[in-house]
Design a binder for this molecule. Structure first.
Ligand SMILES: Nc1ncnc2c1ncn2[C@@H]1O[C@H](COP(=O)(O)OP(=O)(O)OP(=O)(O)O)[C@@H](O)[C@H]1O
Length: 251
């Protein structure tokens, strides 16, 4: 199996000089093509930072971020790195703040289509993508604030799919949604992850077990364990004691 993502010794520091935080402290991670990986761990353990680096959005200060056979994407010219980045579709944690409030949902999706897509073709593709995530294409005319949280999250998924990504990256894609909307988004994500690579951050071990083959457990910016998602909760806690809190919160 070839690797979609290959991180080696990744260090990422955040914040201004005096308040520098080492969000990732030497992370090695390989995600094979077609694998589904859940990134779990306590708040502040570096999960979002990890997907930012894995998705080639954020540059590590040390170590290498590789993808699809390129060992160090930050050594590439910008144009080539951007081309690789288009193989990654992002589903953010908070769709509302990820959309431009001045633009309609349709525009948000259309802007993600490959450069050079004509107007007519874009309108057809946007309608197709909205239908694919179970939305009425008429919603394309609404602005983000005129959509429910669940609808916005589905527009975010449509936007991620617009690039026809090989990898889907999702950072807590159901946070803030009610149970029904959560189910809807997870079902859609699961269907779309089929045949693709999925890396998903979640606080919820049930979600991790449902969506992923593997769980990477982060603790203080380092992988503390890498276990099959199907592992029993007791065994998971034995292998990664940092999961105790999350396991206690799992019904
Ligand atoms: N812009 C920033 N400036 C300074 N520190 C930051 C910044 N963003 C994140 N951090 C810090 O980096 C660490 C890792 O943050 P990150 O958001 O990756 O964690 P997380 O595991 O995703 O947390 P959560 O589950 O709460 O979303 C935390 O200590 C956080 O406070």
């Amino acid at each position: 199996m070839s690797a979609a993502i290959e991180l080696a010794g990744v260090v990422r520091r955040l914040g201004a000089r005096r308040r520098r935080v080492e969000a990732l402290s030497g992370v090695d991670l390989v995600v094979g093509e077609g694998e589904a990986v859940a990134v779990v761990g306590p708040s502040g353990s570096g999960k979002s930072t990890l997907v930012g680096v894995a998705g080639l959005l954020d540059r590590p200060q040390e170590g290498r971020a590789g993808a699809f056979g390129v060992p160090d994407v930050w050594a590439l010219p910008d144009r080539e790195r951007r081309a690789l980045r288009r193989r990654f579709g992002w589903v953010p944690q908070d769709a509302l703040s990820s959309f431009d409030p001045r633009h309609t949902a349709g525009r948000a999706v259309a802007d993600a289509l490959p450069a050079g897509t004509g107007r007519r073709e874009a309108a057809v593709r946007v309608a197709e993508l909205l239908e694919r995530v179970g939305l009425d294409p008429a919603l394309a005319g609404r602005r983000p604030t005129g959509l429910s949280g669940g609808e916005r999250q589905r527009v975010a998924l449509a936007r991620a799919l617009a690039v026809r990504p090989s990898v889907l990256l999702a950072d807590e894609p159901t946070s803030g949604l009610d149970v029904l909307a959560q189910e809807r988004v997870l079902d859609l994500l699961q269907a779309e992850a089929h045949g693709r690579t999925l890396v998903m951050v979640t606080h919820d071990l049930r979600v991790a077990r449902r969506m992923a083959d593997r769980m990477v457990v982060l603790e203080d910016g380092r992988p503390a364990a890498d276990v099959p998602a199907s592992i029993g909760l007791e065994e998971a806690e034995r292998r990664a004691p940092v999961l105790a809190g999350m396991i206690a919160a799992t019904p």
